[in-house]
Design a protein around this ligand. Structure first.
Ligand code: 0O2
Length: 207
């Protein structure tokens, strides 16, 4: 990703975005080692896939606007907590909590905030587990703590979020019946995740 061209309007913002890119790389490496160690110890891989991204300039501007703030370095730092985003997608519900505990108990990450949208889904029906962590980045003889959002969810939750995202892009304002349908699908997904988890426990009993 060529960050310099997208963010070169403001040197301070460009430098901040570069630090975010470094934070993403550091976090990816730390998580990868942590997950590989877990796999080695438990002879089990709980991860379907991991995706990471830096939030685009357009999406940052949209988010600030949505929250009622103007585009500035200060507001970026104070109000956008997911410029660095890592998404960990697991097969089963129990894997999600296993991964969350692994990250929290590793002692490697400073957890700034934790949002359990599995226990308490958002009013849209969105289900996922979010951890906001601080990543120390050393640049220009200075250490800055960069926030990153780690989303942990099942494949089914990921499927729902991806469709929901697409629908919200299509409509300026999502029609009420579509919103209701999405909410019903979210309930179905929660029930499905619970049943799949129970099946997985049965399979493990026979292992
Ligand atoms: P994008 O385009 O996916 O990056 P706060 O932390 O309270 O100041 P914030 O950051 O909105 O506010 O926190 P929240 O609600 O935990 O959401 C952060 C991210 O979770 C969102 O980033 C989405 O990625 C995801 N998310 C939250 N709610 C929904 C939802 O209803 N549907 C879908 N599909 N995803 C959701 P962005 O920047 O909103 O979007």
């Amino acid at each position: 990703m060529d960050l310099s061209s997208e963010f070169n309007k403001d040197d301070k913002i460009s430098e901040f975005m570069l630090k975010n890119e470094f934070a993403k790389q550091l976090l990816e490496a730390q998580l990868s080692v942590l997950i590989k160690e877990f796999e080695y110890k438990n002879h089990y891989n709980p991860i379907e896939h991991v995706k990471s991204r830096i939030k685009s300039d357009e999406s940052i501007r949209d988010k600030l606007k949505r929250k009622g703030y103007e585009y500035s370095l200060e507001n970026l730092k104070s109000h956008v907590h997911d410029i660095v985003g890592i998404r960990i997608v697991c097969s089963f519900l129990s894997d999600v909590y296993e991964i969350v505990d692994l990250i929290k108990n590793s002692g490697q990450f400073e957890i700034v905030a934790e949002k359990d949208y599995i226990e308490t889904p958002k009013e849209t029906g969105y289900i996922s587990y979010h951890l906001i962590v601080n990543v120390p980045v050393y640049l220009n003889k200075d250490t800055e703590y960069i926030e990153a959002e780690i989303q942990v969810r099942t494949i089914a939750m990921d499927f729902w979020a991806s469709i929901d995202h697409k629908i919200h892009y299509k409509f300026l304002e999502t029609p009420k019946d579509v919103q209701n349908d999405l909410y019903a699908c979210s309930l179905a997904i929660k029930a499905l995740d619970n049943r799949m988890n129970q099946l997985n426990e049965i399979v493990h009993k026979y292992d």
